[in-house]
Design a protein around this ligand. Sequence first.
Ligand code: SER
Length: 589
Amino acid sequence: MRAKELKRKYLEFFREKHHAIIGSASLIPENDPTVLFTTAGMHPLVPFLMGEKHPLGKKLANCQKCIRTGDIDDVGDGSHLTFFEMLGNWSLGDYFKEDAIKWSYEFLTSKKWLDFDPEKLHVTVFAGDEDAPKDTESEKIWLSLGIPQERIYFLPKSDNWWGPAGETGPCGPDTEMFIDTGKEKCGNDCKPGCKCGKYFEIWNDVFMQYNKTREGKYELLKQKNVDTGMGVERTAAMMQGKKNVYEIETFTPIVNKIKELAGITEPSPKQMRALRIITDHLRAATFILAEKRIVPSNLDQGYILRRFIRRSVRYGKQLGIESDFINKVSGVIIDIYKDEYPELEAHREFIFDEFKKEEEKFRKVLDQGLKQFERLGKDGTISGKEAFILFSSYGFPAEMTEELAKEKNLKFNKKEFDEEFEKHQELSRQGAEKKFKGGLSDASYENAKLHTATHLLHKALREVLGDNVRQMGSNITPERLRFDFFHDQKMTPEQIKTVEDKVNAKIKESIPVDKDEMTVDEAHKSGATGLFADRYGEKVSVFTIGHYSKEICMGPHVKNTSELGRFKIVKEEAVAAGVRRIKAVLEKN
Ligand code: SER
């Protein structure tokens, strides 16, 4: 079964079960400052899992674009991916364990759907601990469906608990479904959860009824939710009998293109790894750029994007590719996915432009780095500090320094590099912790205020700088708002002051903030702005602030502008060519 067919079947199944099918949300989280990318389908739904009303109802399903960078160093084997698609269905305080499990069972085993042999199905359920009880309810449901006791396993939180997506928020015990692939058991304790590959994890039903607080406590949520997830690429690979994801039909054209560009037919294991890294990273980078909200930079998501591109260039070089090639590969990726994700075709030119700039820039840097390397090692060694400078300033990983050193018969002290690296990590981790200390749920009122302020700012910027000011991204923490927009000049102090004054004048006017639900078409007809409209299925929320601002938005908002306090711009800077960033705060009156 092809990946496309799997997605179609999944969504059709849940449509038959009266779920509204929603589009994939952005890869850039709108409301969660604790993570850089959308890591799971439930992530964009957090406000609704916490009790807010979703415009499309209480039963939803979709296929969500996700990025997880935690395992980036493992990419290159057969299974780790940074970018992937995830199928999911949700109950927002509607059905719970019984329906969720029955439907999972039906979809997996019914002839009409995936048609797996029920005898091959093994399941795990939560064993219970001091935070939540043993999940005997799920066990009973599985037994009633005919799964015998010996194929039901009780496992601790490390296996059978999911969430929160960021640091705080909805989470809960889960029940995971595994297909016995028929392989030999690896040892005595081989059972679902074992990494040897005998048991393939196909689906995860999470029962989200808890909220993890900043203090690490698990409190009951207002409502009992269901969040399920099935990875598209992995599942398609398993169903096609492939040993790794890179062999399915949505990957082979990409891998083949890179092979062609490198002139390789029979890759060695080392070349195989490079091929996979480039494939994975350029899929992720192409999808990030397609949203036209992030460009390569040294900050947050822009930095991760930069890393994806730079690593691709470097591994391309390892394969012998010396001239610009990324757009040739990205073009293949766009063609594979453009029907399902129209933003790829719509922004093809933008994607190619950004890739071209970054690839050219990095090729020069890389060549300089190589030159720099040539100057080192006069005494026969490359020190850890030198290797770290090569890494941090030229993007050379230690492994590349190690390889080059070997070629030139130089000694290289990897341990010293690791120490240097750790020291640096420590510092940036401290920075990140400080930055991310606010959680979504605890700070929701501060968040709502800043969301409303963002709408006022957006409008004021258009008034002062012109209508071609276009929002590129926004990010809100409980302390401040951040707003990125296309504009090719630095703002003057007068312009900044005028924008502040305009926003503060609207706050003083005490204008009510109204929320209406309507279709995307109606929203556009009514003159609402909003970038992400078509991503949320048919109906959207439109927030109107008097006659001043009208925007499509999923964020929480306050009821009246008078709640905001005093608006102040604390920083205006460039984040990339043609993109400005404003940071602003609300001060108490
Ligand atoms: N959030 C859960 C997961 O990622 C289920 O969708 O597995």
